[in-house]
Ligand binder design. Structure first.
Ligand code: SF4
Length: 316
């Protein structure tokens, strides 16, 4: 086992113990269908821990990803691992990217990223989770730590090293009423706590591990440049070049966006909110799509690749 793998195993084992101790539930592994989640699942297997897997069905994922995750679920269930798919819900009803766009009265953009909150960030608040987040992915993730508590205010997020976590966990067992820290308090209150076992891995580390362990990765990665990251088709955080390549491969998604934009415009008109569009040509769904695809619509809605962007919703 390499040093990297050993360290990741150590982290995930500690998290699994804490999850059982405080939540009386196995560690929950978040699987997006991307390469980081794949490595995370392999690390959990290598660690020999008890875990469960959850996948958020965004409704805008590529068909390849949906089929790939389905296959993973089948294999995990055959191995006795509990799996769950979260279907998005908005205002108490099942929803999708295509239903949300008219409801929100505008397309999702880099700065109006309502879709991530509703379609992707669906994991329960009362579980200890493991994610494949890596610090090298983006500027927004650069300060990620091995263990984190999740709060609605980003500024309040607690970040903890393995050493600190191991120490307070051990102390809290022997001095439960005396010794405490933000992390243990969060666990005791069943708040969402996460472990990031591969937080310090690079892209190269990930691919080396996938190759050395002969892991079956999402076939989308074999489609080249535009599919170096797996996520929603047409995600506004990606570059125009990448999005054009995605829509060229998946033209049905372009049509679904255009139809959703048509419904969005109709709803805006019905509510009397279509008057001012800041010189944007939103006369038809197709025009709205063209606007949406332009790099310069909004400051920052430019190339993702090579840009250290804040809070990417793309998945590796
Ligand atoms: S990954 Fe992109 S398109 Fe998908 S939900 Fe997040 S912001 Fe929206």
């Amino acid at each position: 086992m390499s040093d990297l793998e050993q360290t990741a195993v150590k982290r995930i084992r500690l998290a699994a113990k804490m999850s059982q101790q405080y939540y009386q539930e196995p560690l929950l592994i978040c699987n997006s269908g991307g390469k980081d989640s794949l490595v995370l699942l392999a690390i959990a297997k290598a660690a020999g821990i008890k875990y469960e897997m959850v996948h958020s069905h965004t409704t805008a994922d590529a068909p390849e990803t949906v089929r790939y995750v389905r296959r993973q679920i089948y294999e995990l269930e055959c191995a006795g691992i509990k799996t769950e798919i979260h279907y998005p819900v908005y205002k108490g009803k099942r929803t999708s990217m295509w239903a949300l766009i008219p409801q929100k009265l505008m397309p999702p953009t880099r700065f109006a990223r309502y879709c991530c909150k509703i379609l992707k960030e669906t994991t329960e608040n009362h579980r200890y989770i493991a994610t494949g987040v890596r610090a090298s992915e983006s500027k927004g993730r650069a300060d990620s730590a091995e263990f984190e508590t999740r709060t609605s205010r980003k500024a309040d997020k607690g970040r903890f090293s393995y050493e600190h976590t191991a120490e307070v966990f051990s102390e809290a067992q022997t001095l439960p009423d005396v010794y405490d820290c933000q992390l243990i308090t969060a666990c005791k209150k069943h708040k969402q706590v996460s472990v990031l076992p591969i937080v310090d891995w690079t892209d190269e580390d990930i691919w080396n591990y996938i190759r050395s362990e002969r892991l079956k990765y999402n076939p989308l990665y074999d489609y080249g440049y535009a599919f170096d990251r797996v996520g929603c088709i047409g995600c506004p955080l990606a570059s125009r070049k990448k999005r054009l390549a995605e829509f060229a491969k998946h033209p049905a998604y372009k049509n679904m966006y255009i139809r959703a934009f048509d419904r969005c415009i109709a709803r805006r008109k019905a509510l009397g909110k279509h008057g001012v569009t800041d010189n944007k040509d939103w006369s038809t769904g197709a025009k709205m799509f063209d606007w949406w695809m332009e790099d310069k619509n909004l400051e920052g809605q430019v190339a993702f690749e090579g840009v250290k962007s804040e809070g990417s919703g793309l998945q590796n």
